[in-house]
Structure formats: structure tokens, C-alpha cells
Design a protein around this ligand. Structure first.
Ligand code: SF4
Length: 63
């Protein structure tokens, strides 16, 4: 069962915590200002939950 990871870009601070925690799912955008979910990545990896917990603006969801 694939989960659906999303980032609220309006709330993202660009701190890169999620990228450092879970680089298989998250990356910075071309400008390096916002995090994005890598195409084809799903929310099954344990590190997604760690990234959600580490996000200072709580803007990552996995539903
Ligand atoms: S941890 Fe949250 S605020 Fe920081 S870059 Fe990732 S989504 Fe944005």
C-alpha cells in the first residue's frame, strides 16, 4: 500500500532537515528554497516518519 507524502510549500522553511533525514524521499527544489517530494517516492520508508517529526513547521503529511 503506497502512502502519499506531500509538503505544504507555503509553510516550508527550506531548512533541509527532511532532506538530511530522508534523502530517498525528499530533495530541495531547483532554487534550494523549498523541499519537494521526489517523483516516484512513496511514504513507506521509516525515515518519512522521522522527517515528519523533525520538520519545524510541521508541513509534511503522509496519508
Ligand atoms: S523539514 Fe519541513 S520546513 Fe524543513 S525543508 Fe523539510 S519540509 Fe521544509
Amino acid at each position: 500500500m503506497a502512502a502519499n507524502v506531500t509538503i505544504d510549500e507555503d509553510e516550508c522553511l527550506g531548512c533541509e532537515a527532511c532532506v538530511e533525514t530522508c534523502p530517498s524521499v525528499f530533495a530541495m527544489d531547483d532554487d534550494g528554497e523549498k523541499a519537494v517530494v521526489i517523483d516516484g517516492a512513496n511514504g513507506d520508508e521509516d525515515c518519512v516518519e522521522e522527517a515528519i517529526a523533525s520538520c519545524p513547521s510541521e508541513c509534511i503529511t503522509n496519508e
